[in-house]
Design a protein around this ligand. Sequence first.
Ligand code: HEM
Length: 197
Amino acid sequence: MIVIDTPQATRSQRLKAATRESHGALDKRIMAGDIFASRGQFARFLRVQYRFHRDIDALYANAALDALLPDLEARRRLPLIARDLADLEQILPAPVPLRLDPDLALPAALGWLYVAEGSNLGGTILYKMAARLGLDAGFGARHLAAHPGGAARHWREFTAALDGVVLDDAQEQQVIEAADTAFRSVHGHVELEFDQR
Ligand code: HEM
């Protein structure tokens, strides 16, 4: 069920509330995958991230989104994830049809980007845990390293812009549904990756 918080809440606050369930399920599923047990396990998580970021990669070159969001191009993390995989001597996951409609409407694109950007917050926790595998910003966990200006600040700049985009009620609902779909899609990548033995 999709829950919308009070009308006074900002868009990003409403997104957080509406995706609490799908985010919580994803967190649990990833941690149950024991991704810090070994570099091999961590590589599974990297492949999930790679698949997710490959799905959304075209959004970072979208001019309409770039006009609305700060440093969009610099927020792109697919190349960093590819380098993390290369550090661990992993091959890149085989190309598959993208999960995202190439003609995605702008509100839906905002929902997917909310999920990708927000994951940097949880990423700071994962980054600290990755240290136990000897991974860091220079090797294997590049894509989880906090922005030099601070992860929280980088996130606030993004949400401020996201919250400022003027949308009608139907578009508002599209953002929320897309964010929920994005979480479920990542969950699908996890199921695929962690079911293989
Ligand atoms: C690829 C997988 C993941 C995605 C796509 C994702 C997505 C997100 C998003 C969108 C947010 C922003 C929430 C908001 O403040 O609006 C967030 C925050 C957060 N995530 Fe995740 N997440 C992922 C994995 C994880 C994992 C595995 C953990 C835990 C071990 C985690 C823990 C957190 C925490 C603690 C926050 C900060 C919550 C807060 O500031 O209140 N995330 N994540």
